[in-house]
Design a protein around this ligand. Sequence first.
Ligand code: GLN
Length: 536
Amino acid sequence: MSTKYVFVSGGVASSLGKGIIAASLAKLLQARGLRVTIQKFDPYLNIDPGTLNPYEHGECYVTEDGAETDLDLGHYERFLNIYTSKANNVTTGKIYRTVIDKEREGAYLGKTVQIIPHITDEIKRRMMLLGKSGQYDIIITEIGGTVGDIESLPFIEAERQLQWELPAEDCLSIHLTLIPYLGAAKELKTKPTQHSVRMLQQYGVHPDIIVCRTEHHIPADMKRKIALFCNVRPNAVIESYDAPTIYEVPLNMQKEGLDSIVLDHFGIQAPPPDLDNWKEFLKRIKNPKKEVHIALVGKYVELQDAYKSIQEAFIHAGAANECHVRVTSIHSEHISEANAEELFGDKDGILIAPGFGERGLEGKIVAAHYARTHNVPMFGICLGMQMAVIEFARNVLGMKGAASTEVNPNTPYPVIDLMEDQKSLTIKGGTMRLGAYACKLKKDSLAYRIYGQEIIHERHRHRYEFNNKFLSEMEAAGMKTTGRNPDTGLVEIVEIPEHPFYIGVQFHPELKSTVVRPQPIFVAFVRAAMDFKAAR
Ligand code: GLN
């Protein structure tokens, strides 16, 4: 069977959830025995989102091979339980860089270098790359942005060209739009969808399927009307009704027949999707037996997407424990010794989030202090782990002014310091310690009990590390380093064995949590929070 290509574009508004639709379709096809992957093409000029702050772009998702990518890749991995890679996220910046580098090499042999064909050729080359590997039956390509944006145009144009280069039956176009509801008129409106599809058609792309995001069910006659105006069959107008959880979307898409229409188009026979595990997972999230209340301490509390993978990892770990994990974000800038009891007194666990820069650091240190001294289960991730180390140095070892050199290069106690190989770097983009590295666990540790194995691989995104000059002092005082990089000795995990559950990790375990494989530390943390709550 030749590799099939599905393109997903969006119109009317951004944030309609193209990533979730793409991931849901991929899930259904995977559950029918097909080998599927998803790639995302983002129209901005940054080479990758690594240099963008969360206000611009939400969480930066890091792949196993160390690419800093769009958070939709996190959804792909969580839904499909497969790793994505550098090749799965392409930006306009990457496309232009390749073309301009080639131009400087003289590769274009005197030709004028233009958006068409040179930029679009490079887009098409990358769109086909994963398909050429022979590893997949179906490649789903999500085109970021909204149809009509100037910056998305070359991607839509590349899709148009590919529709003619590939056999017609190997290519399919899905367009996601919004059907707004006008409260005053008590009516759903199809006109924006008509306009969006018309614009796409003007660019030469004719959608085969229209997915309509809506807050109210779309009546059958309205679907027929959309089909009529948008030049598709009525059954190819798919309703995507707001779901209480994103994990329900694959089932909703199945009910609407999305996977069947796609397979019919490609002429593929496949068994019905095996979604037993998925349904079991959904049942667990919907019928929890217990609840715990976790404080998520970070500085982007108002942003839904800043800690996306952490939020999702809690859903997976909650399901594993048949427990609803209620997460309350607490702004680290608003935490002080004076209000710690009020903020944390009713919480069953404290997670201290990753981050960069000085803002909100002292609040994270207060949170670590509260958790340590009140026996509240504590889980520190990356910067969160670093702040737990600083708290311990200051308050147990009496190292007044202990800090990370990220914010205080002149601290008398640089317990967190810049990694050696970072010291000569001047360029910021893509230069952190990124991606999966091995970590060796000490046998007699909480971490080992959690993972049940000695060597683990987790993903990273940091420049600073635990300063091993302070290792023996910290250990003697009760903070143990229980996971280290086997090659460099870099401290990956700290614990306080005297505390019921106090663990800080330099890596980002949240990035590898999926529906099928909930991340073990999250699972254990939720368990510890349940125990803590029960004992209160
Ligand atoms: N800013 C810290 C560092 O660079 C922590 C990074 C993080 O939390 N991802 O080491």
